[in-house]
Design a protein around this ligand. Structure first.
Ligand code: ADP
Ligand code: MG
Length: 706
């Protein structure tokens, strides 16, 4: 960030010196506390400011132990004077006596052996829980315990207390105390990037006030009010970023307007061995409208596994080639890139279109020759992995860039691929494809800068896929049954989570293939496929499976995305509880691609609630959209889209499942805002603009805007 002073003596957007100051210099923070805070990654004042409580507890005023009454939820404090472990097995319990002057309170914890290490004789503690009459005295079962440090005064009245994410080294109560001494000053210097009138209309507190409300709530409504502003703020900044990006694409960048005619259309379609479905045609119509304009296309094509996205992509690429430009197709795995190259190569056999394949596996000489051909325009369509993104890859004239299975890449990679403009500074049309259907609200948020087309029907004649959930005890039967179908000439995938045996519980490709070859599948041609094989061996194995020379393929999840062998009818997944929901659906999508009835068997011993819910969801539905919603429900959006790898928006406060209302509001507000001020460049928008760029600039590829 620049150091140039702005109107108020600082650069707009750079934090106030107090906010960026080290915590160790602050009142009430000694070197020990600073070291402990650092274990949570908190070293500067603004780190602490944005270290938000995860929940709140209402603390009653504490009463002397002697005055406690039965059947009340109470808080009390005192010293532990005795402990003992009693009972055994399921009845094991840990007991302690808490004394406060001459008041005695009995404590007991059931099935919590770890309390032994937590509560010891001599400890000064505050306990919280419900009192019960036990003989002459009172007892609290499974009380919450907080250790008191030094002589903290007991609260005089009931109040709401924040519970902070803490660590071994520093607990929530200490963080709270430090926050109380450091944050009030910091909150005083926070500048808001939104105008007062704007906030008033939305009944939202100013930014500083919002932080005060979440850190120091005085009653039950405070924290939610503060949180609402902070969540809205994140969503608004992101949406503004997305809008800026869109505006930039529209106005500042040019792509080649591709030609389209009935003749070109006929020519391209003649290459496909089938008629396109109405669903594919509809998407193509949208795509052709995009590609024939100079405004760079930025479209997401989503469609469930097997819906036929590849030909749509190929159509777009051939339009580029017909117009004298090049096209690129980027896939997340080498196997998929190899398969695309083989499949597209087959469709284009006998045509003049030249297809190149660039993966990490190429040797230096091959690579140099390929890149040279590319730069000179001797390659029309380049297919590859991330390797496409490296600087050395230069096109003569890239007209269309496709990213397959976009959810495996980040928004960032999209920006990098787009940056492969040609010498005349023209940018490619971008089409990204995904089989991970995204609930609509999320698609709009996370891919808000994209137009969305959906292939909502699969090609006709697809037989249904039966999905069965079985326990490991039923394995033998499953393989026996599958064997009978293999003997009829069918083909099967068997998927295991690991390559070699690591633990005894997890199935592994090597041992599994051996077990099958020597046992139930003796005499069947079995191949092995995983990421550590040489690409040449991998290609050879895939080709043999495609032609039927190999009948069963034992593989890791390298076959998860995109692999397309219509003759494969069985998918057997070992240790299925190890896989995610979307992953299982993708794996299942490898079968049911032809007209033969297909079978997917999930062999698993799920032990957690999540794993059970996941397997049952996959077994009960084959609708990718429904499953995506379900996945979202089970894991939450943070997990589903939270990884940097998926390029999801990094929201700390906003929860996309919960904050839909705020999301809608933020989208609308951002759209209105950029309509009034498309570049966000009014003088009083400087702070806002900086904060948008800072929060989302990199992820959205806004560097060129900022
Ligand atoms: P995905 O959407 O999962 O990427 P693919 O593009 O791999 O799906 O297509 C799945 C299979 O369906 C391929 O074998 C492809 O050739 C075939 N296919 C695609 N479109 C049609 C169609 N209109 N009619 C018949 N088969 C089709
Ligand atoms: Mg595909």
């Amino acid at each position: 960030m620049s150091e140039t002073p702005g109107q108020d003596g600082r650069d707009a957007g750079s934090p106030h010196p107090l906010l960026s100051a080290p915590l160790v210099d602050q009142p009430g923070v000694g070197p020990k506390a600073a070291g402990d805070l650092a274990t949570l990654g908190l070293t500067r004042v603004w780190h602490l400011l944005t270290h938000l409580p995860m929940r709140y507890e209402r603390h009653e005023a504490e009463a002397p132990v002697a005055e406690l009454e039965p059947d009340r939820i109470v808080s009390a404090r005192g010293t532990i004077t005795a402990t003992r472990l009693a009972g055994r097995g399921r009845k094991a319990r840990y007991e302690a006596v808490l004394m406060d002057g001459d008041g005695r309170l009995d404590l007991v914890w059931f099935n919590m052996p770890f309390m032994r290490d937590k509560v010891r004789v001599g400890d000064r503690v505050r306990v919280h829980g419900k009192t019960k009459q036990r003989g002459p005295g009172l007892q609290i079962a499974n009380a919450k315990v907080e250790h008191l440090e030094g002589e903290e005064a007991p609260p005089e009245d009931e109040r709401v207390r924040p519970v902070y994410p803490a660590s071994e080294r520093i607990n929530s109560a200490r963080i709270e105390k430090i926050a109380q001494s450091v944050l009030p000053g910091a909150i005083g210097v926070i500048e808001d990037h939104l105008p007062e009138s704007f906030l008033r209309e939305r009944k939202m507190p100013a930014l500083g006030e919002a932080y005060r409300l979440v850190h120091f709530p005085e009653d039950d409504d405070d924290a939610p009010r503060g949180r609402r502003r902070l969540a809205y703020d994140e969503l608004l900044l992101f949406q503004l970023g997305v809008q800026l990006k869109r505006a930039h694409l529209r106005t500042a960048l040019r792509a080649p307007a591709l030609k389209h005619s009935a003749e070109i259309d006929k020519h391209i379609r003649s290459r496909f061995g089938f008629e396109l479905t109405p669903s594919q045609d509809k998407v193509l119509e949208e795509l052709v409208a995009d590609l024939t304009r100079e405004v760079p296309t930025n479209r997401l094509v989503q469609g469930d596994v097997g819906s036929g996205k590849t030909v749509v992509a190929l159509y777009a690429m051939l339009m580029a080639v017909a117009g004298g430009h090049q096209a690129a197709l980027m896939a997340p795995t080498e196997i998929l890139a190899e398969q695309h190259a083989a499949g597209i190569g087959r469709m284009l056999e006998g045509s003049k279109v030249r297809v190149g394949l660039l993966t990490g596996a190429k040797n230096a000489a091959e690579r140099t020759a390929l890149l040279e051909d590319l730069r000179e325009g001797r390659i029309d369509i380049l297919i590859g992995t991330h390797a496409l993104l490296t600087d050395r890859v230069r096109f003569k004239s890239l007209g269309v860039a496709i990213i397959d299975e976009q959810h495996r890449f980040g928004v960032h990679q999209r920006a990098m691929l787009r940056a492969k403009e040609d010498d005349e500074g023209s940018t490619p049309h971008m089409v990204v494809m995904t089989a991970t259907p995204i609930p609509r609200s999320l698609a709009l948020t996370l891919f808000g800068d994209l137009d969305v087309s959906t292939i909502d029907r699969k090609p006709p004649g697809r037989a249904e896929i039966k999905t069965r959930l079985v326990t490991p005890e039923q394995r033998a039967k499953v393989y026996q049954y599958a064997r009978e179908r293999l003997d009829q000439g069918e083909r099967a995938f068997v998927v295991a989570p690991a390559i070699e045996q690591g633990s005894t519980e997890t199935a592994a490709v090597g041992p599994l293939a051996k077990e099958l070859a020597e046992g139930p599948w003796r005499g069947v041609e079995i191949g092995i496929l995983h990421g550590q094989l040489h690409p040449r061996d991998r290609e050879a194995t895939m080709e043999k499976f495609r032609t039927g020379a190999i009948q069963a393929l034992v593989a890791t999840t390298v076959i998860e995305v995109g692999v397309d062998v219509p003759e494969a009818t069985m998918m057997l997944i070992e240790s299925a509880e190890r896989f995610g929901l979307a992953q299982l659906h993708q794996l299942r999508g490898r079968v049911g691609r032809g007209d033969q009835p297909s079978l997917c068997v999930l062999i698993g011993a799920p032990t957690t609630d999540d794993a059970i819910a996941r397997l049952q969801a996959v077994a009960s539905s084959s609708d990718g959209f429904k499953l995506a919603e379900k996945d979202f429900e089970i894991r939450g959006p943070g997990e589903v889209f939270g990884s940097r790898q998926s390029g999801a928006a990094p929201f700390r406060v906003a929860d996309l499942a919960r904050d839909l209302e705020l999301l809608t509001m933020a989208r609308r507000d951002a759209a209105d805002w950029t309509r009034r001020s498309p570049a966000l460049d009014a003088p009083d928008e400087a702070l806002l603009r900086r904060r948008v760029a800072k929060a989302h600039g990199e992820a959205l590829g806004l560097a060129d805007v900022g």
